[in-house]
Each structure stands twice: as C-alpha cells, then as structure tokens.
Design a protein. Structure first.
Length: 122
C-alpha cells in the first residue's frame, strides 16, 4: 500500500509570525532612525526628531547606562554615538527571532494521510 503524506500549513502560525516580525521591524526602524539622527547631530527642536526621540526612549530605557555615549562637539552640531541604541537593536532582533521560533515549535502543523490502492483513493 502506497502512502502519501499531505502537509497542511497552519495559517494561524503564519499570521502570528508575521505580526511579530512586523512589530519588530517597526521597532528596529524607529531605533535605527534614532541612531542616525543622534549620530548626525539633528536639531532637537524639530517636531519629527522630538517624536522619534520620545517614542524610542521608552524602548531604550532597559539599556540605558550600560555604556557611556560618545559625544563629539563640532562648531554647530553635537554628534552622539549611542551604544545603548545598538545594543537595543540587537537584543530586540534576537527576542523577536526567539518568539518566532517559539511560535513555530508550539504550533505543530497538521498532517493528513491518504492511502492509495491501485491508484484509487480510499
């Protein structure tokens, strides 16, 4: 007797993974914007810059104080290299990856077994 295994995908699993990846992606872009704006010495009086700084500060709080920020003062700008932002990007990416892997492990895919006899499905 021939045995064919048809594997059905779990759409809830795919949806949950996409949601986690989307949220992590938005957070990573926000932190990357903050990193670049601080590095380039952007004007904190700008509305966009102040929104990015205030929203991203919430996510940087657990990592503040791990390392000192490197500050370079120029004639008109003050460039800041925030190592806490780099650490936050790495940690949040690893956490998102771990959550996606846990979703994959916890939700097993369903298998349907169809038996064939003389090329007829029974």
């Amino acid at each position: 007797m021939d045995e064919i295994v048809i594997k059905k995908t779990d759409h809830g699993n795919l949806r949950a993974r996409r949601i986690v990846c989307y949220i992590a992606g938005v957070l990573e872009v926000l932190l990357a914007c903050r990193f670049v704006l601080k590095l380039l010495g952007s004007n904190t009086q700008s509305v966009f810059v102040s929104i990015v700084y205030s929203v991203s500060q919430i996510f940087l709080y657990p990592f503040s104080g791990i390392f000192r920020s490197a500050v370079t003062k120029g004639i008109e700008i003050k460039s800041i290299l925030e190592s806490s932002t780099i650490i936050a990007v790495i940690v949040y990416a690893l956490v998102a990856w771990g959550i996606v892997k846990m979703i994959e492990i916890s939700r097993t895919s369903h298998k349907t077994i169809i038996h064939h006899k003389n090329n007829r499905v029974i």
